[in-house]
Design a protein around this ligand. Sequence first.
Ligand SMILES: *Cc1c(COP(=O)(O)O)cnc(C)c1O
Length: 494
Amino acid sequence: MSDYPKSPDDSFDPANWEVFRQLAYRVVDRMIDHLATIRDQPVWLPMPMDVRESFQTSLPVEGIGEEKALDIFFDRVLPHSNGNQHPRFWGYVQGTGIPLAALADFIASMMNAHLAGFDQAPALVEEQVIAWLAQLLGFPKSTRGLLTSGGTMAGIIALAVARQVKAGFDVRSEGLANHQSMRIYASTETHHWLVRGVELLGLGRSSIRWIDVDADFRMNLPSLQHHIERDREEGIRPLAIIANAGTVQTGAVDPIHSLADIASRNDVWLHVDGAFGALAKLSTKLAPLVEGIERADSIAFDLHKWMYLPFESACVLVREGDLQRQAFVIDAPYLAPTKRGLAASGTPLADRGIELSRSFKALKVWLSLLAYGSQPFARNIERNVVQARYLSRRVENATNLELLAPTSLNIVCFRYRGSGQDEATLDMTNEEILYRIQESGLAVVSPTRVSGKYALRAAFVNHRTKENDLDLLVDRILLEAERLNQTDDQEPTQ
Ligand SMILES: *Cc1c(COP(=O)(O)O)cnc(C)c1O
C-alpha cells in the first residue's frame, strides 16, 4: 500500500491510528501464518547471496516508510532465521517460543514499562513470577531473585553474590587486589558462562578448579574434596561450588545432595546451573533426577529453553534474598526512594543486579503461567524426555549408530559408527552427515565433542516435536551415511 499516510512533523506516532491498526493487523496475520505453517517450512537453509548482500545497504537518511520497511523484513529476514521454532530443531538448546508469550512481548513493548521497580503493577508481576518460580523449584520464602536476559547473566549475578558473601572481606569496596586468591570448583562439563563470569568479576580463569567427571559425566566427589583441602592448605580461599543440573553437553546431573553437604561443611557457596535441567523439577516424575537443587544458595535457569518462552528470559534465585541486594545496591540521589509517590518502593529489581533499565519480560512468564498453569509445562518437559529416550533407543537398535553418552535427561549425543573406520575417518563422516542433514532443511542437530569424538547432539526443548520427527532424522542419517559409503567405494584407489 503506497498511500500509507506519512506522519506529520516527524512524529513517530501515526497520522492516523486506524491506518496503523490495519498495518498492525496485517503484521499479526503474517506472523500467525508463519507459525501456523512452520512444520511445512524447511528447518534451516543456507542463505542466498542476494539476501546476504541486501544487508549491506547504506544508512537511510529519509526512510522508506513503515509498509516498505516491513515488506523488506518479511521478504528477507523472517524466512532466514536459524530455525529454532521448527518441530525438528534440536540444535544448541534453543527453545521454540510460546505464541501467547509472543503476544506478551508485544504488549510489553506497547506498554513500554520500565522494570527497575517503582510503585507500579508490572513490578509486582515480576515479584510474583519470581515467587512462583521459587515455589516451583522448592525454594523457601526468604528467596528473592531477578529475571535476566539469559542463563549466563543469571549465573554471573549469582557468582557476584557468592563473591561478596564468601570472600571474607568487602569485595565491593576493596576490590580483589592485595587479597588471597579464591577458588571456584566446577566440573569439566560446566558451560562456559562460568569462564565469562570469573573473567568479568576479576577472579580470573585461574580461580576455577576444574574437577574431573565420572563415566556418566557427573562431578567426581573425592576429587572435589581433595582439591578443596589442598587449596586450603595452600592458603587459597574456597569460594563456591558450581553444580550442574543438566550439563550443556550431555544433560548430566551432578550429585547435588552430596555437593550441598560438602558446601555446607566447607562454608562455601553452592550455586546450581540449572539452565534447562532445573525445570525437570516441575514434573513429579522427573523431579527425583534433579533432587537437591532446592538446597542451593543460588540457582540460575533459563525460561527460553525448557519453558519454551521467547528470548530473552531467564531467572536467578538467591535463597537468602537480602544477600542479593547487599551485593548490588548503590545509593544515588536521582533514584532514592521517596516518602510517597511513584518511587516510594524504590528500585528493588534494579537493586538485585547489574542493569538499571529493564524490560517487562516478566509479562510473558506471568501470562503463560496464568493461562496454562504449571502442569502443561511439566507434561511438555516429560514428553521431551520421552523423545530423548526414544531417540536413544533407536540409536542403540541401529547397528550403524552408537550413543556417545548416557541419555540422563533430554540430550542425546550419538554418531554413525561405521564398520572398522578409524576415529579420524568417523569424525569426518559424522561431520559431513551433520552438514547434509542441516543443509537439506530436514532437521537441525548440532555438533560437539564427547570424550574426544565428534558427536551429533540433539537437545529436546521443543514443544512441537512429534515422535515421527525422530524417525525422519534417524532414517535420514542412515541414508546419508550409506550415500557417503557408496561414494567412498567408487573413489579410485591410489
Ligand atoms: C544455555 C546454557 C547456559 C547459558 O544460558 P544462556 O541463556 O544461553 O545465556 C548455561 N548453562 C547451561 C547448562 C546451558 O545449557
